[in-house]
Structure formats: C-alpha cells, structure tokens
Design a protein around this ligand. Structure first.
Ligand SMILES: NC(=O)c1ccc[n+]([C@@H]2O[C@H](COP(=O)([O-])OP(=O)(O)OC[C@H]3O[C@@H](n4cnc5c(N)ncnc54)[C@H](OP(=O)(O)O)[C@@H]3O)[C@@H](O)[C@H]2O)c1
Length: 190
C-alpha cells in the first residue's frame, strides 16, 4: 500500500483551516482533489470528516476511513478506527491511501508518505490549524504547475478566490520515477 498526503495550505503561513473550515474557496482545486482520490482510500480525522458538507459525505466512490477516540462515533459508509495502528489491519497490499487531514492526522502520517500533493495557496488568511513543518530535502519537489486565469496567470481562475501552485513532493526514501504525464491526465491539467 502507498500513503500520500493531499493538502492545500497558505504558501507563507502553512494555514490549513479556521474554525473547522477551510479559509478559501477554490473549486478548481476541489476538482483536483476529487480526481486524484476517486477510486481510492481516504483517511481523515473526525473533525475533517464533520467539516465536509453532509451532502458530500462519505466522500463518494472512495473508501472512507475516519480516526476518532470516541467509542460511540458511527456513520454509514465509514470505517472507523480508534488508533492509527488499526488502519494497517484494514488495508490491502495494493491499496492507494490518501491522507486528507486535518492537522493532527497529517502529523501522524507524514513520516510514512511517499508523495505529498500540496496546493500552495497564494493567501495570507489567518487560521488555527497548520500543516506540519517538513524539509524539502526529505521530500524534494518533483513536479509543479502554477494555476491561475488562462489570460493572466497572476489572477485566479474563474470561480477561484486565489491562485495556487499545485506541487508534488516525493519522499527521498522512494526512488521510483514519478509519472507526471499520468498525473496531468488524471487531473486533466492542460
Ligand atoms: N486545507 C486543507 O487541505 C485541509 C484538509 C483537511 C482539513 N482541513 C481543516 O483542518 C481542520 C481540522 O483539523 P484538526 O487537526 O483540528 O482535526 P482533524 O485532524 O481533522 O481531526 C482531529 C480528530 O481526529 C481524531 N484523532 C486524531 N488523532 C487520532 C489518533 N491518533 N487516534 C484516534 N483518533 C484520532 C480525534 O477525534 P475525536 O475528537 O472524535 O476523538 C481528533 O479530535 C479544519 O479546519 C479543516 O477544515 C484543511
């Protein structure tokens, strides 16, 4: 199985959330997220799960796994684990697992991850949850693309409230070549 992180954070601040929500509205990046994770497994903390609007959860066409210490917490279509270690008993050998937040769950899984799919958001929004620090030596950048308006890259894409840099980091412990063509095709990046 392969673990990867998917996250969007403020380029200068590493902010990921505020008051249980995401402090920007970037539909094009939500589409990237959906295209990347559909057909695979997503792992998240209970707070992130509850931050997803009810009509979109459990995230469709994905195996949803939620971490909580609350023995009574249940939700249709969700597999619940009380400890990180329990996740390994649920997973199959070839499974692609995307860790989708929030802060506490990113911290837990970062050391295990092969890829970090990071959208560096051009926003100075304040927040109360952050992506953990990591080193570019441990996770070198292997792919990046600036996403902005097609006529003026300094402006956001229509519908988005910020520009961003979609970036893939690969753990230095994994040497295999990243298939950027397949990645672009999956996300429909032109
Ligand atoms: N920008 C992004 O890409 C992005 C992505 C995801 C989330 N977010 C934002 O991040 C914020 C939420 O992050 P957060 O760190 O506060 O919460 P979180 O990581 O989503 O959830 C925390 C909860 O997960 C459970 N948990 C965490 N570690 C556990 C462990 N080792 N064992 C068992 N259960 C464990 C606990 O649930 P119980 O309390 O039920 O025990 C804990 O309270 C929100 O604002 C959200 O919008 C942003």
């Amino acid at each position: 199985m392969t673990f990867s992180i998917v996250v969007a954070f403020g380029q200068k601040t590493r902010v990921i959330g505020k008051d249980g929500d995401i402090p920007w509205n970037i539909p094009s990046d939500m589409k990237n997220f959906s295209r990347l994770t559909t057909g695979h497994t997503v792992v998240m903390g209970r707070k992130t799960y509850e931050s997803i609007p009810k009509k979109y959860r459990p995230l469709p066409k994905r195996r949803n796994i939620v971490l909580t210490r609350n023995e009574g917490w249940r939700e249709d279509g969700v597999e619940v684990v009380r400890e990180m270690i329990d996740i390994f008993e649920l997973l199959e050998p070839g499974e692609q697992v995307f860790v989708i937040g929030g802060e506490s769950v990113y911290r837990l899984f970062l050391p295990l991850c092969k890829y970090l799919y990071i959208s560096y958001i051009n926003s100075l929004a304040e927040g109360d949850t952050f992506f953990p620090e990591f080193s570019n030596e441990d996770f070198p950048i292997i792919y990046h693309v600036h996403i902005g308006h097609e006529d003026d890259l300094d402006k956001p894409r229509e519908g988005d409230d910020h520009t961003y840099i979609l970036t893939v980091h690969q753990s230095k412990d994994f040497k295999e070549k990243f298939d950027s063509e397949a990645f672009r095709n999956t996300l429909k990046i032109v």
